[in-house]
Design a protein around this ligand. Structure first.
Ligand code: SAH
Length: 365
């Protein structure tokens, strides 16, 4: 099995990230029937076969042509760590010194893979370790789906759904800032010839890129998680700077639009609990007010510290009091269990390695 980092050779296409449509088109352009494309898709993602020669029901001529013009190659694994609670984290090598992280979180009745969508992040949320890394580039489709391909093989499951029930785009980066590539892999995750996941088992988490969120609603339908973290614009402007561009009212209206028409849907709001910053009774009251009328769940995330941060985690008692106040106010609030923090795999602790961190300035200006 060839697990080299994505090649940069000219005229050789990495087809690992091709969705069904792209795969069919690629074969058609070379004079083959689209069903060959579907076969190859199935070999790669369902059977985990990357070597075209091993795709036995594909004719020899086509296999030879594939070997000359294509590869199907995920990122390379540099390091794997396993936490005491069974959480596993992989550090993956891309190119030019860039590295990203992927986390697998097994639990009693669900097992979740948390994947990255960018090298670093440009949004600069104050409490997030990824933000401190700066931003280098968007991940390509093969680098995003490559994380899923690798995890399935590393976990050693034959049937994808046995040990991997959910995929969340909550790793490094802002998925809606890498819109086209993310949409391609959302399709692959749901395709029966690839991972066959239900749309209810895929979650995209965003800091609130409102226009992209509205656009997403028109092209695909998955679970939505929104990183809220503050109940008013003054505080959210500081903690999540993208709020200065897309304030809370606009964000919440886009959230309502996103789930409109599907009664099973709720928006999950994420709220990192920062001691003395966003965790008092008045914050809870404001939250109850702004979330009124939105089908929502609120996930309270105890802050996960990282070197150099000025923030502290709210005490367990404060988190619980805050939660009880929200419940009394009619908000379905849960506290997210901290997982994998002994290997820096918990929410907001993923850093990978960002080769050139300076690109954040270019994006934001
Ligand atoms: N850019 C996307 C996805 C990445 S962050 C987003 O903002 O949603 C995934 C989740 O982890 C977000 O809810 C984020 O706010 C939260 N998070 C970031 N840093 C954290 C930290 N240090 N402790 C706890 N949660 C954190």
């Amino acid at each position: 099995m060839n697990l080299q980092a994505t090649t940069t050779q000219p005229n050789i296409t990495n087809i690992l990230g091709f969705n069904r449509q792209a795969m069919e088109l690629w074969f058609k352009e070379r004079g083959y029937k689209p069903f060959h494309g579907r076969n190859v898709l199935k070999w790669i993602h369902k059977h985990g076969v990357l070597n075209f020669d091993a795709m036995t029901d594909i004719g020899q001529r086509l296999r030879a042509e594939l070997s000359l013009s294509a590869i199907a190659t995920p990122p390379a694994i540099c390091l794997e760590r396993t936490a005491k609670d069974g959480t596993r984290k992989w550090l993956l090598e891309l190119n030019c010194g860039n590295r990203i992280e992927t986390v697998y979180i097994p639990d009693d009745n669900r097992s979740t893979l948390c994947i990255s969508s960018q090298v670093g992040c440009a949004l600069n949320c104050q409490f997030c370790a990824t933000a401190q890394q700066g931003f280098n580039r968007n991940l390509k489709p093969e680098e995003i789906i490559g994380q899923v391909w690798l995890a399935v093989r590393q976990i050693g499951t034959q049937r994808f759904t046995d040990q991997l029930t959910n995929v969340v785009l909550m790793g490094m980066g802002e998925p809606l800032a890498n819109f086209d590539n993310v949409v391609k892999i959302l399709e692959l995750l749901q395709d029966d010839l690839a991972y066959g996941l239900s749309k209810y088992r895929i979650t995209i988490s965003t800091a609130g890129l409102v226009p992209a969120l509205r656009r997403l609603r028109t092209v695909c339908d998955v679970n939505l998680a929104v990183s809220l973290h503050a109940p008013n614009d003054m505080l959210r402007d500081q903690l999540v700077p993208i709020n200065r561009k897309y304030p809370i009212a606009e964000l919440l209206s886009a959230c309502k639009y996103f789930i409109e028409g599907d009664k099973r849907r709720k928006v999950t709001f994420e709220y990192v609990m920062l001691d003395g910053v966003n965790d008092n009774d008045s914050h809870a009251r404001q939250l109850i007010r702004i979330l009124q009328g939105i089908p929502a769940k609120l996930n309270l995330i105890p802050f996960n510290p990282f070197p150099g941060t000025v923030y502290r985690r709210s005490t367990d008692t404060r988190v619980e009091q805050f939660r009880q106040q929200l419940l009394r106010g009619g908000i379905m609030a849960m506290t997210r269990k901290t997982r994998g923090d002994d290997i820096e795999a918990a929410c907001g602790q993923l850093v990978g390695q960002v080769a050139d961190r300076t690109r954040r300035a270019i994006i934001n200006n």
